[in-house]
Design a protein around this ligand. Structure first.
Ligand code: PGA
Length: 239
């Protein structure tokens, strides 16, 4: 994992957006994964502008889901799918077949995992994946203590995740489980970008940077991955 510190959030997002554009230009049918959290929102905004203003052909690109809260889906503002749909997919007018997503409301969640594993076996590996870091170091819903050899799987949410989840939803909802791509699939991506910004991420970023790979801080699992870059702003840097 290499570390890059940018002056501010805008610059981080701009660099990451350019990486995605480059991926699409070199591989017009690229498979792209962007986390449905708060951190990549600026990337989504710039990506919509760039793709449209530069008239880049993204008609064969596919976007694949990183994770979803179990029990909710697109109709719940703040779900991963709703976040991506509102800020990216609908603005790009993507065709249905360009979006491969976990259905958090699926009756058979094991089947939902199998579905995603099959999609990745068919269209993968992911060409570029943009990840955030949770306050507990989670990546997607790969929570502390995760088995790093898993593919898509169902997760009991960690206490920290349950504490911070309120920031995503207008209404108070309590969710207990998530569904997520596993580290095996994330590590197989051709390019991995982990992003973190703001003062509130400084402590966890510092823990990631100073710890050896340890499942207790899931983001550290990416430290020995060559094609992984951590991009942070000045506020998230150092302790
Ligand atoms: P955030 O979430 O981007 O909303 O801060 C990161 C994460 O929990 O993975």
């Amino acid at each position: 994992m290499r570390k890059i510190v940018k002056e501010n959030y805008q610059e981080m997002c701009s660099d990451i957006c350019q990486e995605i554009i480059m991926t699409i230009k070199t591989k017009p049918d690229a498979l792209i994964c962007i986390a449905g959290g708060t951190t990549p929102l600026g990337v989504m905004e710039q990506l919509v502008l760039e793709l449209k203003s530069k008239q880049i052909d993204y008609s064969n690109v596919k976007f694949i889901s990183l994770d979803e809260w179990v029990g909710i889906s697109k109709e719940t503002p703040g779900s991963c799918l709703e976040t991506l749909d509102t800020n990216l997919f609908s603005k790009l007018h993507l065709k249905d077949e360009q979006v491969i997503f976990f259905d958090g409301k699926a009756k058979d969640l094991n089947n939902e995992c199998l579905k995603m594993n099959k999609e990745l076996a068919m269209f993968g590996p992911i060409d570029i994946i943009i990840l955030g870091i949770g306050m507990n170091g989670h990546i997607g819903f790969n929570e502390p203590g995760v088995d790093v050899n898993l593919d898509a799987h169902i997760v009991d949410l960690d206490d920290t995740t349950k504490q911070v989840m309120g920031k995503y939803f207008k209404e108070q909802i309590q969710l207990e489980k998530g569904i997520s791509l596993g580290f095996r699939q994330i590590k197989a991506a051709r390019k991995i970008i982990v992003m973190a910004n703001g003062e509130h991420k400084k402590t966890i970023v510092n823990k990631v940077l100073t710890s050896t790979p340890d499942v207790k801080i899931p983001a550290t699992i990416l430290k020995d991955v060559d094609n992984c870059t951590l991009i942070i702003d000045k506020q998230a840097n150092g302790e």
